[in-house]
Design a protein around this ligand. Structure first.
Ligand code: BGC
Length: 748
């Protein structure tokens, strides 16, 4: 494709037409110019290609495809390679069925357990989210298929998602809600990015010049296509000027007219439209010029889906080694989800799954001593005494009871948020009844987001399977019977109750605004800083073996412009092979601003044979230590002391060491009449001058009182006084204040 030439040959009408979709899922074909339309489809955990009817959203009519574990599950793998492999497989599937771009990954931060779409999102932590998204995108795009990183940005609830205004301060935006996007854009160059439905600080994302032009393109260097979320466009010409290249789905020509009018009357510069067209042409070219033949081997990919889920399941509790089960034990499987697992969520990511495997359908492969009784429905919350009775009878004849519990489809989905954090009452009731039998009870969970577990202290084991894709039944049985040693860890905190969540007072919306009042204190950043009890902490998960941490090696200093390498040894001290997710957190001791008590800045998943030791290394750079200073408009880490923590979870830190950052700057105070004396005294370059200049004022202010505490008290009070107030309290004239300010300006 000769893009510049094509652009020069296109009429205004053709340009206006190319910047919106042809229908729900394809771009326009312009026959006169030989420009083909290309297909895109939802995912991200499988292909939702609407082959025969591209005019409709078609939630449940897509092609037969493999449903891999959803993001809430894959996140728990903490495994970059697994995400990359998943991406490669999906990329090949796309080539096989002629899909140019997968609409994902979805990486909005999990701010509240109630967000209906949490099952599609990765984590409450932006570093983990960014790393896993980057690996996934690199995998897909290695197959010359694009991704659409979504939903950009600050779309962490479903309520009023197409209208609400996310009110967020810039530091919080940068540190929590944008940094995963930044990581993925810089390190995996997604072909496209999807602008979210909502507004951010008053401006819709799909017409937000700051977000799309200044930040995404100018600052981060994004050079792909920005498309709208489906139906997110409000003012189309403004969107083009603000960096939104493609409107999806098609607009039946309605916006073409507005674009043409805006160009003709000078409201929309032609260059802006040309940029959008050029970006779209480059994207089409990338796909069509590198097509290669692939076959979509669904049975082979199904096996990959099972293996992936085995890496994701999190063992949350295992009292007295209740698990693994043995084939000689009599086991009662109970709960509708054992026969009908919930393996994905509702909405646009819904895959028409190829081969759903339930625990019940494979039970005979594990033992001939397994029974099944439904106990409760997997679809609704109804207490059925007859089903309860039948379940209790089967349970009373077993050695151990395994309850497959979870959230029915209607409880969590795209399009609306959950109302509460509970499981259906009928399930909690049956679990309590089964506990009355005084036999070991194991609960396997199918949910896309944390649930309250009123019985957590009483059951013997808990297995979090999340929404684990079409192979979840087999993967869960492999974990239960110990064919696979569990190795997933939670990518989100499970609070004891909803009211403990930091967004609780502001979730979901008030007067059409979403007030991100908890700031950077999201998830464990809040619970850990406040030292609150939680049900299960971030990064937590058990194994059937044990690991020991030793030999933490951290250099004593790091120049902020360099990097440093941290190493630590991990040993498998048990008798079976296993995998450990080693986590590195950093705690800032410099007091340079209000920060969470620690933040995840590194993780590695290591596989160890019994008795084996491996050294894990982490490379840290400025960004690992930094917070976002709106004063500097840059990332900043103060000189001084930080603690490197190596942990099994955010609450189980095994080893720590101190490191000193050197070579950084100090944030200069803004020199105007409102500058506080304390700021001038804290800043090296103004301290000496300030002490001299205000010596006299201090005595004036204290009025020569002879009380012993007076000098200290005076100084403490002066700290927070803007220098303009010394007119009133220390008799300074306007002239002397102006003089002092001009001297200070020379020093900064
Ligand atoms: C969702 C997107 C999805 C699109 C197309 C929207 O409603 O928010 O995530 O990709 O529909 O189905």
């Amino acid at each position: 494709m000769e893009i510049k030439k094509l652009l020069s040959e296109m009429t205004l009408e053709e340009k206006a037409s190319l910047v919106s979709g042809n229908d729900m899922w394809t771009t326009k074909t312009l026959e006169r110019l030989n420009i083909p339309g290309i297909f895109m489809c939802d995912g991200p955990h499988g292909l939702r290609k609407l082959e025969n009817d591209t005019e409709h959203v078609g939630m449940y009519d897509s092609i037969d495809a493999v449903c891999f574990p959803t993001a809430c599950a894959t996140a728990s793998s903490f495994d970059r390679k697994l995400m990359n492999d998943l991406g490669v497989t999906l990329g090949k599937e796309c080539q096989a069925v002629d899909v140019s771009t997968i609409l994902g990954p979805a990486i909005n931060i999990k701010r509240s357990p109630l967000c209906g779409r949490n099952f599609e999102y990765i984590s409450e932590d932006p570093y983990l989210t960014g790393e896993l998204a980057t690996s996934y995108i690199n995998g897909v795009q290695s197959q010359n298929v694009g991704t659409s990183l979504k939903h950009f940005a600050a779309n962490s609830q479903e309520t009023e998602r197409m209208y609400a205004d996310s009110i967020i301060d810039e530091r919080t935006l940068r540190e929590i809600y944008l940094s995963a996007f930044e990581n993925a854009v810089k390190n995996s160059k997604p072909w496209t990015i999807m602008a979210s439905y909502n507004r951010i600080n008053g401006e819709y994302s799909s017409e937000n010049d700051w977000l799309l032009n200044k930040l995404l393109r100018d600052e981060w260097g994004f050079d792909g296509v920005v498309m709208s979320d489906w139906g997110a466009v409000s003012k189309r010409p403004k969107g083009i000027a603000s960096g939104l290249d493609l409107e999806m789905p098609g607009c039946r020509g309605l916006n073409d007219k507005l674009i043409i009018e805006a160009v003709n009357n000078g409201e929309l510069p032609m260059e802006k439209l040309d940029t959008a067209v050029e970006n779209i042409l480059k994207w089409i070219e990338k796909f069509i010029e590198h097509r290669h033949k692939e076959t979509f081997d669904r049975d082979k990919d199904h096996i990959a889906a099972v293996r992936a889920e085995e890496e994701c399941i999190v063992l949350l509790k295992n009292e007295n080694n209740t698990l693994p089960l043995s084939s000689s034990e009599k086991i009662a499987l109970i709960g509708g989800f054992a026969a009908n697992p919930r393996y994905q969520g509702g909405g646009s990511s819904h895959i028409n799954a190829h081969n759903v495997v339930s625990a019940v359908s494979v039970k005979d492969n594990y033992s001939d001593k397994i029974t099944y009784s439904q106990g409760f429905s997997h679809e609704e919350d109804v207490t059925d005494e007859a089903l309860f009775e039948e379940a209790c009878k089967a349970a009373s004849e077993a050695d151990k009871i395994v309850v497959f519990a979870g959230l029915p489809d209607v409880f969590e989905s795209e399009g609306y948020d959950r109302k509460h954090m509970g499981l259906p009452d009928s399930q909690n009731k049956l679990i309590e009844k089964l506990l009355g039998l005084c036999k070991p009870v194991i609960v396997v969970l199918h949910n896309g987001s944390p649930v309250e577990m009123p019985w957590a202290d009483k059951v013997n084991a808990i297995v979090e399977a999340y929404l684990g894709g079409e192979g979840v039944g087999e993967a869960a049985m492999n974990i239960l019977y110990g064919n696979v040693n569990p190795s997933g860890k939670l990518a989100e905190t499970f609070p004891l109750k909803l009211e403990h969540n930091p967004s609780y007072l502001n979730f979901p919306v008030a007067n059409h605004k979403v007030f991100y009042g908890e700031g950077v204190f999201v998830g464990y950043r809040y619970y850990d800083t406040k030292k609150m009890d939680v049900l299960f902490p971030f990064g937590y998960g058990l194994s059937y073996t044990t690991f020991e941490y030793s030999n933490l090696n951290v250099s004593s200093t790091m120049d902020i412009n360099e990097t440093t390498t941290v190493t630590v040894d991990i040993t498998n001290t048990g008798s079976i092979a296993g995998k450990e997710i080693v986590q590195l957190y950093i705690s800032d001791n410099t007091d340079s601003t209000n920060r969470p008590v620690h933040e995840l800045k590194g993780f590695e998943k290591v596989s160890l044979e019994p008795g084996e030791t491996k050294t894990v290394s982490f490379i840290l750079d400025k960004r690992s230590f930094a917070w976002y200073s709106t004063r500097l408009k840059d990332w900043f880490a103060a000189n001084g002391s930080y603690t490197i923590e190596i942990g099994k979870s955010s609450r189980d830190i095994q080893l720590t060491a101190e490191i000193k950052i050197t070579g950084s700057i100090q944030i200069p105070p803004v020199i105007d009449q409102d500058v506080q004396l304390g700021e001038l005294l804290a800043y090296d370059k103004t301290r000496e001058y300030t002490e001299k200049a205000f010596e006299h004022s201090a005595t004036q202010f204290s009025d020569g009182d002879s009380d012993d505490d007076a000098p200290e008290m005076t100084r403490a009070m002066l700290e927070y006084m803007p220098i303009r107030t010394l007119r009133s309290f220390a008799g300074l004239s306007n002239e002397s204040i102006s003089e002092i300010l001009s001297e200070l300006r020379k020093l900064v």
